[in-house]
Write a protein that binds this ligand. Structure first.
Ligand code: URA
Length: 241
C-alpha cells in the first residue's frame, strides 16, 4: 500500500512538472470520488485510485503496458527521421512517463506493438533468450509456392547472420499471403527472409505476440489500450495452434 500527496500522484502519471500539477490542483481541475480536491498536499492511497482531470477519468498506474494496432507511416524511434513517431498516437502524458515501444516495427509494418514505461518489462520482452514467437501476416509480390514455405521453415541465410534463420511456423493463407512466426527479432527479419527465399514482401502486419492476438484486442488501426494482468499473462503463453 502506498499513499502519496496529490501533486506527486499527478506528476507520476505524466501530467507535467510538480509545479504544473500543483497549479492544476489549485485551479480545481482535479476531482476524486466526485469532489474537487484543491489541496495538493492531500494524500491518497494509490492502489485502485481513480481521479478526474478536466472531467476525464484516469486510473493510477504505477507502470503502463500498452498494446497498439500500429498504423503504417509511423516510426517506432522516439526521434524519427522521416515519419511521425508512434508515441504521438498516445496521450501526451505517455511521453512524459517515458513510455517507449518494446522492440521495433518498420515504419510501413502495421499491427500489434507493445509500449511501456517499465524498464524491466521492456528488457524482459526484448531479450533474445525469451523464445516467445511473434506471428506476422506477409503479403508477397510473387505467388507463394511450396518451395518458399519449405525454405522459410528449414532456414535461410541472411547477410551478417552466422546461422540459418528459420520460421517456427509458416503456412500459406492465399496466393500472395502467408503467416510466419519467428522467435527472434532481427532487423527487417521477415522482409529479409522472404527476399533470401526468392520473393519480396509488399506488406507486413504483426498479428500476435505469444498468446496475445491483435484480433482478441479488437483494436482498429491507430487505436490502443492499457493491458491488464490477464492480457499480459497471455504474452508469455504459446499461441493457439
Ligand atoms: N520483420 C520485418 O521485416 N519488419 C518488421 O517490422 C518486423 C519484422
Amino acid at each position: 500500500m502506498s499513499s502519496l500527496p496529490l501533486d506527486r500522484i499527478l506528476q507520476s502519471q505524466g501530467f507535467g512538472t510538480r509545479k504544473y500539477c500543483r497549479q492544476l490542483i489549485e485551479d480545481g481541475a482535479v476531482s476524486i470520488n466526485g469532489a474537487v480536491i484543491d489541496n495538493y498536499r492531500q494524500t491518497f492511497e494509490t492502489k485502485d485510485l481513480e481521479f478526474s482531470l478536466f472531467d476525464e477519468v484516469w486510473r493510477y498506474r504505477e507502470h503502463v503496458y500498452i498494446a497498439m494496432n500500429k498504423p503504417a507511416g509511423h516510426e517506432c524511434s522516439l526521434k524519427p527521421s522521416h515519419h511521425p513517431p508512434v508515441i504521438d498516437l498516445l496521450p501526451e502524458q505517455m511521453r512524459w512517463r517515458e513510455v517507449q515501444p518494446v522492440g521495433r516495427l518498420d515504419h510501413d509494418t502495421t499491427g500489434l506493438l507493445l509500449l511501456s514505461d517499465d524498464g524491466a518489462f521492456i528488457h524482459a520482452q526484448s531479450s533474445p533468450k525469451r523464445h516467445v514467437p511473434k506471428l506476422y501476416v506477409a503479403t508477397t509480390h510473387a505467388p507463394i509456392d511450396e518451395a518458399l514455405l519449405q525454405a522459410l521453415r528449414s532456414g535461410v541465410q541472411l547477410h551478417d547472420e552466422p546461422a540459418l534463420l528459420a520460421a517456427t511456423h509458416c503456412r500459406q493463407l492465399g496466393a500472395h499471403e502467408l503467416e510466419i512466426a519467428l522467435e527472434q527479432g532481427k532487423y527487417h527479419q521477415v522482409k529479409r527472409m522472404l527476399a533470401a527465399a526468392g520473393n519480396h514482401c509488399t506488406a507486413l502486419r504483426r498479428v500476435a505476440i505469444g498468446g496475445l492476438t491483435l484480433e482478441s484486442l479488437g483494436l482498429a488501426e491507430g487505436d490502443w489500450i492499457f493491458l491488464e494482468a490477464e492480457e499480459l499473462a497471455r504474452l508469455n503463453a504459446q499461441p493457439e495452434a
